[in-house]
Design a protein around this ligand. Structure first.
Ligand SMILES: [Zn+2]
Length: 303
């Protein structure tokens, strides 16, 4: 079975008819390969980004309104930033800031890459298209992406939640299980523990190229597994020349005009997708003229 088989680059919700659990499962195949294609990251950096992308897509699928999840691991090590963004529409992008001097061993863990002085942290931001941004920060305590996010979810969710991630060096599979809150009896607890143990056993196995519609039935062999229709997961980078113009305006004329005077253009590159943008001196000057006109008192148009 190759990677183009149906079921790849998809996300689906499922529930178990006889146990107090529901879940969401996703496979990132071509999408994650595309997201990392134009980056020359060391293998352990790619692994962390794959895992963070899988987790971010699962979290984004739970959003109740159009929004973007920004999941970052921040520290002061050889890789001071890992960043993944995923939207409610299940598109995502990813990048890492790898220092030029970085020496990353083939088996480096997330804390070893991120953290020099034990102050690594995981920052989760929910940025709605409309409304207030929400951010939470937890200390980086564990070696793996899954354990750190698991700890975050356990502390922030009202109900038992478990997260699993596994990858094969190219693709990634992610699963989030949630205990149904209204099922709180001792018997329900036992059933929940059983469901968790079954999923644990599946994710202890190496990544297998089977669609989850097959392995879910295999994992919960004695259960009635119900799957909602799958949704496509894709790589997408929303960068644009307009966003570049806005970013340059924030940097300011004082810093940029001398560079433009000397070189004729300002060159920038999208950190996520590698797209290069070039803004010439005349365009830059008109951007700053426009923003200072807008800022000057008495020149605003009345709305
Ligand atoms: Zn881009």
């Amino acid at each position: 079975m190759d990677r183009t088989t149906a079921g790849f680059d998809q996300l689906a919700r499922f529930w178990l008819n006889d146990s107090p659990a529901r879940g969401v499962v996703a496979r990132l195949d071509e999408s994650i390969m595309r997201a990392l294609r134009d980056h020359d990251y060391p293998a352990p950096v790619r692994t962390v980004l794959r895992e963070m992308a899988g987790a971010a897509v699962l979290l984004a699928s739970n959003l109740k309104q159009p929004a973007t999840i920004v999941l970052q691991a921040q520290g002061d090590g050889d890789v001071p930033l890992f960043c993944v963004e995923a939207t409610q529409a299940l598109s995502f992008r990813a990048y890492a800031n790898v220092r030029e001097s970085a020496r990353i061993s083939a088996d480096a863990t997330l804390p070893q890459m991120l953290d020099r002085n034990n102050n690594g942290r995981v920052v989760l931001t929910i940025d709605p298209d409309v409304g207030q941004m929400y951010q939470s920060i937890v200390a980086l305590e564990y070696a793996s992406v899954a354990e750190n996010l698991q700890s975050y979810l356990t502390n922030s969710q009202q109900t038992d939640t478990r997260l699993w991630l596994r990858e094969d060096g190219e693709a990634l599979e992610a699963c989030l299980l949630e205990r149904l809150p209204e099922h709180a009896s001792v018997e329900d607890s036992r059933a929940w523990d059983n469901v968790v143990a079954l999923m644990e056993a599946t994710f202890a196995q190496p990544f297998m190229p089977f669609p989850y519609s097959e392995w879910l039935n295999f994992t919960f062999a004695s259960e009635d597994v119900r799957l909602h229709p799958a949704q496509a997961v894709s790589f997408s980078c929303p960068c644009s020349i307009d966003r570049v113009h806005n970013a340059l305006k924030l940097v300011g004329a004082e810093e940029l005009m001398p560079i433009a005077d000397e070189t004729g253009t300002i060159e920038t590159r999208c950190e996520f997708c590698g797209q290069r943008y070039s803004v010439d001196r005349a365009t830059l000057a008109s951007l700053f003229a426009e923003s200072s006109a807008n800022a000057a008192p008495g020149t605003r148009t009345l709305q």
